[in-house]
Ligand binder design. Sequence first.
Ligand code: GRF
Length: 225
Amino acid sequence: MEKASLVVLISGSGSNLQAIIDAINNGDLHAEIKAVISNQAAATGLQRAEKAGIPTHFVDHKLFSGRELFDQAIIRLIDHVKPDLVLLAGFMRILSPVFIKHYQQRLMNIHPSLLPKYKGLNTHRQAIENHDKIHGASVHYVNDELDSGPIVIQAEVPVLATDTADILAQRVLIEEHKIYPMAIQMHIEGRLTFNNKHLQFDNQPLLKALIWKDNQLNNHHGKLC
Ligand code: GRF
């Protein structure tokens, strides 16, 4: 089977990008990253990509007079390599409907909360302030509402009494690094499909996200692997 081609959009540390690179290198992910694009020149993720021999692009959103113009510039860069899947990995820009429509059903994001809880920023602080016992992360397809598209996998992480937002973020990130490559591989294998706008997993409607917990993947009937 030919390798799937990916483009990854980042703004910062790029630890999820690193997890994807590592999953490719150890054979868990049958893919090739064709390009990494950042809107921040200082993003550490750019160095991670360069180290892995992946072409990088820095596109400064401040040089564009509007969101759509920036998005169109990114679309041109992405389409140049014709990826099968576009991945947002800590990309801190809201994308315009034009961009989202263009990559409909082949645009994924990872968000550090159990969506639909805590869309947007400061998710870890909110989980602590609300005394949540369980927090986590979600991999989802992107639609035109912020952090709202169909969810593929959620990782559940306990919130401890001693947690600060930073400590909790670290615990969540460890699981993010597992579920993002997993969801990408499912997409690549054709296990995730759409019937109209409804997400299906192995040709069955995915009514509830798959749950990654205690190093096991479950659907709402029980253990998958
Ligand atoms: C992650 O927590 C991800 O869920 C969120 O932004 C953070 C990015 O971290 N979207 P990194 O750049 O992958 O280290």
